[in-house]
Design a protein around this ligand. Structure first.
Ligand SMILES: NC(=O)c1ccc[n+]([C@@H]2O[C@H](COP(=O)([O-])OP(=O)(O)OC[C@H]3O[C@@H](n4cnc5c(N)ncnc54)[C@H](O)[C@@H]3O)[C@@H](O)[C@H]2O)c1
Length: 364
């Protein structure tokens, strides 16, 4: 179907998706319309509506979902509202993009997944690292038999506590709105990446801390994950106070015959490779990482290729939205779907449970 789009929430993500949607439509990558915006904050609503020029503007998300001209909805609100709004979109038979995390826990995420499946509606979750060149190319390299069997990985993400600085989030310090802290709100992306590299998790142990003393909102999560494949991963997620540091990630993967590492740029960092048979450790430079990604992900449209090659300016969201809207246009399922998100939620829940109980948790 021809997407006629409405966005709920005019904050950081509502703006990122709005710009990406606008780009796709303006450049003829997608044949559709940007019809509506719902945002309760009047100032935010007015300035977004002026910039985007959308015809239907409301403070009420239910009115947007019910709007007869809108058949495709983005949910970009604080997490606490995702479940209710997503279920309403699905009940209305409209295509749905929902930001991550889908919900506060896997039980609610499963309800959303089941509703989406039952409705047979195109849906996608905002696990945007699936569109990162460095993440994708690392995955491709890992699958090269010359690297040998993957043995272990260390992944660390860090950002400053996002209630300050350019995020100035009004809700991430309040457990009633955010559900938990850095693991659920930020690092669910990493958990999904690790699952995409190494498969299902067999057993894990997690620890969380609250250095900033925000009740229920952990600022440190550290976990050891044992995958069914035998790989053992150390994962740490941190909200600190280093306001000059951009939000990013570091990764090291060690296989029997080689190792890969990158740091502080989760879009197109150079990847360092040390491998049996190579004369010395070498780096795959950023522009090669991007070219490899373009081939691997099958980015066919030349305009998209050019955008992906430009210095980073939010292209991951563009690729994400193009993927979703193309699937809507073609009336087919999209990816990553809610099923992918549910498994990441199950692992996140198990880490929290382990931290609460001080116990090793066995997963199915
Ligand atoms: N995929 C990513 O990379 C990524 C990055 C940041 C945030 N997120 C997720 O996106 C979601 C939004 O985060 P954000 O950073 O944009 O937050 P934000 O605070 O910048 O924006 C949220 C907006 O939603 C509005 N809002 C609140 N309640 C609403 C309601 N009931 N109906 C409509 N609008 C409502 C707020 O007024 C605000 O403008 C969160 O779930 C967050 O976890 C994803």
């Amino acid at each position: 179907m021809r997407p006629r789009i409405g966005i709920i929430g005019a904050g950081v993500m509502g703006q990122a998706h709005g710009k990406a949607v606008h780009f796709c439509l303006k450049n003829g990558l997608i044949d559709g319309e940007f019809v509506g915006l719902a945002e309760p904050d009047p100032e935010r609503r007015d300035s977004y509506a002026r910039a985007a020029g959308v015809p239907f503007v409301t403070g009420d998300p239910h009115a947007l979902i019910a709007h007869p001209e809108i058949n495709t909805v983005y949910v970009c609100t604080p997490t606490v509202y995702h479940r209710e709004l997503a279920l309403e979109v699905l009940a209305a038979g409209k295509a749905l993009f929902c930001e991550k995390p889908l919900a506060f826990d896997a039980a609610d995420a499963r309800i959303m997944r089941d509703a989406a499946k039952a409705a047979g509606i195109t849906h996608q979750v905002g696990l945007v690292l699936r569109f990162s060149p460095v993440v994708t190319v690392t995955r491709d390299l890992l699958r090269d038999p010359a690297m040998g069997t993957p043995m272990t990985a260390v992944m660390v993400d860090d950002q400053y506590f996002p209630i300050q600085g350019h995020y100035r989030s009004t809700w991430r310090g309040d457990v009633r709105l955010v559900g938990a802290g850095t693991l659920l709100e930020h690092a669910i992306h990493d958990i999904d990446v690790l699952v995409s590299y190494f498969g299902r998790v067999r057993r894990l142990h997690g620890v969380t801390r609250h250095f900033f003393e925000k009740e229920g909102v952990e600022d440190l999560s550290s976990a050891t994950l044992e995958f069914a494949s035998g790989v053992v991963v150390s994962h740490t997620s941190i909200w600190h106070n280093l306001l000059h540091r951009g939000s990013s990630r570091r990764m090291l993967v060690v296989c029997k015959d080689g190792q890969l590492s990158w740091q502080d740029d989760d879009w197109h960092a150079p990847i360092r490779v040390d491998q049996n048979g190579a004369a010395a450790e070498y780096a795959i430079p950023s522009h090669d990482v991007v070219e490899r990604y373009i081939e691997s992900a099958g980015v066919a449209d030349e305009r998209l290729r050019e955008i992906v090659r430009a210095p980073y300016a939010g292209q991951d969201y563009l690729l994400e939205d193009y993927t979703f809207l193309k699937a809507v246009s073609d009336d087919r399922p999209s990816y990553p779907d809610f099923d992918v998100a549910v498994y990441a939620h199950e692992v996140v829940d198990a880490i929290y449970r382990s931290a609460r109980e001080g116990a090793v948790i066995e997963l199915e």
